[in-house]
Design a protein around this ligand. Structure first.
Ligand code: PAF
Length: 284
């Protein structure tokens, strides 16, 4: 596997690929787990060349968030990607991607109000930072397709919207969330949980499933469902940030034409902020 640390080596590598090679990009922040490897598997099935990027992007973290302590496990990540049969990993430093520093540079503005609701309400500027770095990676690598996890559902909707709005010739592929045996969605941030928090963490997904069944069975008082789910989370020791039931295609409130609902939750367990979601079909 080629490890590419700068833009020159990236371009040299891409320039030597056959001109008809179909290239898939899997953008990550590293600390790879089975969820990331499922993105790699999907990319391998759809493309000739799989390139994974590993970059903890400072501009998507607000001051006081976990940028400094975000787990960085490059050696283990390279081993996992080599074993998974990935052809190349792009592993730039902050100076390589932001040579003029992270202040004052041009940013892509993620679609409003999408970027200011849900996670965007408690993490102002987060999605602008995400779409800026994704746009940079798309421009540098010019992949045919890019693969993202459905765990970050709002991010996925926002990236699809950016690709449509800015006419990026990149196909966006999504892959279902990979879960631990008790249902907890795999996430690098799960490593912040202590043993007692970890034992309780799967309650978030149980709550999503409970509400999902009610929605599938025709319950329509979304505000009541959301309020009682938040209360159940509080009773289990979480501090909910949001619990919402929305149209899965647009993240707008459900309407008569909605075909799928997405139930999205973010909640703190101690100092750790967990997010998860569940998509359900709506009865016709
Ligand atoms: O989902 C992530 O890991 C990041 O937000 C992404 C898409 C790699 C951009 O930094």
């Amino acid at each position: 596997m080629q490890v590419l640390n700068n833009i020159e080596s990236l371009h040299h590598y891409l320039g030597r690929l056959p001109s008809n090679a179909r290239v898939a990009l899997v953008p990550t922040m590293g600390n790879l787990h089975a969820g990331h490897l499922s993105l790699v598997d999907k990319a391998k099935a759809l493309a000739d060349v799989v390139l994974v990027s590993i970059f903890v992007n400072p501009i998507q973290f607000a001051p006081g968030e976990d940028f400094d302590r975000y787990p960085r496990t490059e050696a283990e990540d390279i081993k996992k990607l080599t074993d998974a049969g990935v052809q190349a990993v792009f592993l730039p430093t902050v100076e390589v991607l932001y040579p003029d520093g992270i202040e004052g540079g041009t940013r892509v503005m993620a679609s409003r109000p999408l970027a200011e609701m849900l996670c965007g309400a408690s993490r102002p500027g987060h999605f602008d930072g995400v779409v800026t770095v994704v746009a940079k990676l798309f421009n540098l690598i010019q992949p045919d397709l890019a693969v993202f996890g459905e765990k970050d559902f709002q991010q996925l909707v926002i990236i699809r919207r950016m690709v449509a709005d800015l006419n990026f010739p990149v196909e966006i592929i999504s892959v279902p969330t990979v879960r631990e045996p008790d249902g907890l969605a795999m996430s690098s941030r799960n490593s912040y949980l202590n043993a007692e928090e970890r034992a309780r963490a799967a309650m978030l997904y149980s709550c999503l499933r409970q509400v999902g069944e009610q929605v599938e069975q025709g319950a329509r008082d979304m505000a009541a469902l959301e309020a009682s789910a938040e209360q159940r989370l509080r009773d289990s020791g979480f501090v909910p940030d949001y619990f919402r039931i929305l149209d899965a295609d647009t993240l707008a409130p459900l309407h008569d034409g909605s075909r799928r609902a997405v139930i999205l939750a973010a909640a703190y367990l101690g100092h750790t902020r967990l997010i998860d979601n569940l998509v359900v079909s709506l009865p016709a």
